[in-house]
Design a binder for this molecule. Structure first.
Ligand SMILES: Cc1ncc(COP(=O)(O)O)c(C=O)c1O
Length: 387
């Protein structure tokens, strides 16, 4: 077969096979008896042959111990899968479960994506055009800015660069769930400082946790417009401010997030990040979105107006207790003996998606994204039918 036996008992194998590559002998990794070898196969039939797969060790024995205990992330269903499951066309689904911006990006984005010149060339590892545009947009020099494949990537990158195994982070649930998830992936310990009953941050308890637990990172979420806060990293060597294009520019599907970082930290993130983390399409789209700030502002105003209308309407529902919100979603306590999970399921059968979490702090709650006026009306009609 021309393939040496690299599949020794104590090794896992990774081979990268390109599309339609001809079969080549693979050299033996003789000195690597306890090593890890891996294989990534492209979409066409692979020509790499596995001559011998040792049966003694199961795959999970290769997995790092702390990852074997990791709970899976609770994702929402992809739109197409959801559409097939509900037997409804995607455009007939009222999607208020993932805090997406239903207006999408400004028209410049689709035009720019339709005329991509060099999709076959790897992207700029430094996302120079986008960082320059963001510097203009935010008022902080591009040296302080790093762009990622969504804020999600940046949160993971920060943890990878900062945390040693066993280090602690402070998380303030209920909150964005990726902090806890990424801490788990990075082997960190999560110190939970729950929010107050009105879901505001418990500052005294956070200060206490900092004093006693000595965490390496504290994650705080605060919905805000792009304002002077990005500049604060110039004054504080221990502050990072993250922002996303997912909400403001309706680009959740293209994955673009960014942050401002102290220069003494960003240097190391540059070294550790994946070189091509922001795709050509993502950078082009984000730059195009920033060219139309008027559109972004109009959409923001429309969503704020709709959120406030939604809040008033939800307050009238006898089995819901909505909490005031400064973001693009409203959290509602489900009251009057109604089960929150069942409510979510009943709404989904009617084509209206809202979010429910199994986590203990949020078991009796649903979360509703602020959408377009027609989406609010459809949700309210379904809630009326369930009353
Ligand atoms: C507080 C917070 N941080 C980060 C993110 C993730 O942003 P991105 O879509 O850029 O990964 C979200 C998304 O909902 C969020 O709510």
């Amino acid at each position: 077969m021309g393939v040496s036996n690299i599949f020794n008992p104590a090794s896992l194998c990774l081979l990268k096979s390109n599309v339609r590559q001809t079969q080549r002998p693979i050299r033996s990794f003789e000195g690597n008896q306890k090593g890890l070898i891996m294989a990534t196969f492209s979409s066409s039939p692979s020509t790499v042959s596995v001559e011998h797969v040792n049966q003694k060790l199961s795959g999970d024995s290769f997995i790092r111990p702390h990852l074997r205990k990791l709970s899976p992330y609770q994702p929402i269903l992809p739109f197409e899968v959801l559409s097939a499951k509900l037997g409804r066309k995607p455009e007939d689904i009222i999607k208020l479960d993932a805090n997406e911006n239903p207006y999408g990006p400004p028209p410049e984005v689709l035009e720019a994506l339709g005329s991509l010149k060099f999709p076959y060339i790897y992207p700029d590892p430094e996302s120079r055009q986008l960082r320059a545009a963001l510097a203009e947009d935010s008022g902080i020099e591009s040296d302080y800015i790093l762009v990622g494949c969504g804020c999600d990537e940046l949160i993971d990158l920060i943890m990878r660069c900062v945390l040693d195994r066993g280090d602690k982070i402070v998380d303030c649930p209920p909150t964005f769930t990726m902090y806890e998830f990424d801490a788990g992936v990075n082997g960190a310990q999560v110190i939970k400082v729950p929010r107050k009953p009105d879901f505001s941050l418990n500052i005294e308890a956070i200060a206490e946790a900092v004093e006693h637990e000595k965490p390496k990172c504290i994650f705080l979420t605060s919905p805000n417009n792009p304002d002077g806060r990005m500049q604060w990293v110039k004054k504080h060597d221990n502050l990072i401010v993250l922002r996303t294009f997912s909400k403001r520019a309706g680009l959740a599907g293209l994955r673009v997030g960014y942050g401002s970082f102290p220069l003494s930290i960003i240097e190391y993130l540059w070294r550790a990040k994946q070189p091509y983390n922001v795709s050509v399409a993502a950078e082009v789209a984000a730059c195009a979105a920033l060219q139309n700030p008027k559109y972004l502002e109009l959409v923001k105003d429309a969503l704020i107006q709709e959120r406030d209308r939604l809040f008033k309407l939800l307050k009238e529902v006898p089995f819901l207790n909505p909490y005031p919100s400064y973001s693009n979603f409203i959290l509602c306590e489900v009251t009057s003996g109604m089960d929150a999970k069942k409510l979510k399921d009943d709404l989904s059968k009617m084509g209206v998606m809202v979010r429910h979490y199994n986590k203990k702090e949020l078991k009796g709650y649903i979360r509703v994204t602020a959408g377009k006026p027609g989406q609010t009306d459809a949700l309210m009609e379904c809630l009326r039918r369930l009353s």
